[in-house]
Design a protein around this ligand. Sequence first.
Ligand code: FUC
Length: 754
Amino acid sequence: MKRTMLMMVGVLLLAGLCADAADLTLWYRQAASNWTEALPLGNGRLGAMVFGGTESERIQLNEGTLWAGGPYDPSSSEALEALPEARRLIFEGKYKEAHGLIGKKMMARPLKQMPYEPVGDLKLNFPGHGTMSEYRRELDLDTAIAGVSYTVGGVKFSREVFSSPVDQVLVVHLTADKPGQINFTAAMATPQKATVTTEGSDTLVMRGQNGDAQGIAGALKFQARARVQTRGGQITATNGSISISAADSATILIAAATSYKSFNDVSGDPETLAKKYIAQASGRSFDKMRCDHVTEHQRLFRRVSLDLGETDSAKLPTDQRIAKFAEGNDPQLAALYFQFGRYLLISCSRPGGQPATLQGLWNESMTPPWDCKYTININTEMNYWPAEPTNLGECTEPLIQMVRELSETGSRTAKINWGAGGWVCHHNTDLWRATAPIDGPTWGFWPMGGAWLCKHLWDRYDFGGDKKYLAKVYPVMKGAAQFFLDTLVEEPKHKWLVTCPSLSPENTHPGGASVCAGPTMDMEIIRDLFNHCIQASEILDTDKEFRAKVVATRDRLAPLQIGSEGQLQEWLDDWDMTAHEIHHRHVSHLYALFPGDQITPHTPELFAAAKKSLETRGDNGTGWSLAWKINLWAHLLDGDHAYKMLTMLLHPGPTLPNMFDSCPPFQIDGNFGGPSGITEMLLQRQAGEIQLLPALPSAWPTGKVTGLRARGNFTVDIEWKNGKVTNYRITSPDPHEVKVRINGEVRTITSEKL
Ligand code: FUC
């Protein structure tokens, strides 16, 4: 009796731990007919897109280290020789000539980087399931489980799929509500150079080699394994596929691994790894794996809740809700979109893995758009904007690790291409941490990508307050600063210190090129980098001499300037109104408003100038551009305009049926920039002040958010009614005084102990 009671308590506890929250589900009445309708799963390394077909299911697989090519060094030995001439041409206003010279002599060899590649597909074939009823396909963000259910001939079939960060396998579980009904075949397919064989009666094995690209030979081996376990029935292997008949239920465990160990070591053994993952998972029950997976996901996911109210629209399938969002009657969809961004970050960027690419962890193509890599003149940074504020700080660890590695490869590019110390990374990078300028001068000759990424190193400290961590990343920040101490040059007119050559991402100025000297964004990023190095060296009590040099150099940087139309100038010269594309998607010079904080209401003239620039750019843009503008309008404290931008983003076109963001095509940055914008509408910390509801739109008069993070190691809960804060709680591990702006009034409060 006692034992039964204990077991019941155990079951209840387990059920409690693994409880589902119904309102955080994406769901559909039909299977995905193309990839951007399929639903994404990931454990930070092993990604899957689940299509949910009934007669044939496709589960497309990715592994975070399966990229084309191998270790390579694209630095060009001719670059340095051309540098003085390129600078001379730019300072003489001969921009087209400078462009020509840079294109000929100063770009990387090869001129492009390596693409991220797919593993392939797991294909399941269910004979006779083409005609069915009561179909539902879903992704539960709270459990990180994709589900499919339907009825054939009076039997209800259900499928659950998840990518477990605990067991390091993708798990597919197939059940029916009557015994002996599970019949299917499993096979694997891939666009890679690979073979698929069977091992024993229950295992599929794909052995492959990654692709070559840009003349760089593929240096990686990879392996994917799928093992089928059943309750009842039979399993047989034939001609590279596995057949299951008359089982009560089946579980498929899928593992994948490559020989990648680091950007300069490809000596791993994918077979040993994949076999190990399968062997370990085979000894665990499905229920245990499911529960451990859910518990680990919820450890991160449940740190933040957001309630913006709910209407009947929340009962509709997700694709229909996206189509109707702009009508304004579905505030819960904004909360779902916010949590989808957090879900994606947890799924594609966990400690030990690779950072989120242009498509996160998910790509089906051998030649994906922009190589599905790291575009660090906006897109990669945007991927990580919501990480700290939405309480997922550890998800930035893959990015921080990548920046550490870039500081190694980038020191070679600094030396070879620029004759400088420290390190540099231009506008793109890849798995191999290539840092030299690529693609062509219009886009690639921008030595600022690494410096911008350093802001994320600082932000991790600024939010979390961990000095030991700061001591570890400080040398990386210092190396980035050193590069600019060595390469900034005096521009002839004002004698300000500027970058040269550089560009304002990817905008062509009236000189007929993008290359120029000292674009505003460069100055803003360098000022941030220098300030963060100065603060870090003070906190760590180190490097006095270096600090003094940084302070002196910072004070000579070209200042922010207001142009003839009252706008914040994008360049040293007042070119904004005659630029090639006045509505250009990049709003680079507004970095100082967001993600930076050099422009705030405390700098009223610049604040007004930034607003003028944003108005001139207009509201339209690519998915990520719309997302950036949500954040910018939130920092201009205009909640209704920020909300208008959100309705433009959360709309068919920029938002695909599976809620993925589209540039077009699919690019995940907007999925992170959008939720970041929602956060900035609800909470900001500027000039030392925590601001509650700084840009609340009239569309969300009532709501509640818990678990957001503010700089200074604060966690913040806010409740509001009729647009006014009615309740709030600010906690920190070490209670101390902080200024809080609430309903237009500034109070000094003491935070509660966490
Ligand atoms: C930048 C943008 C493009 C696109 C690409 C991946 O170059 O200008 O719009 O987002 O990155």
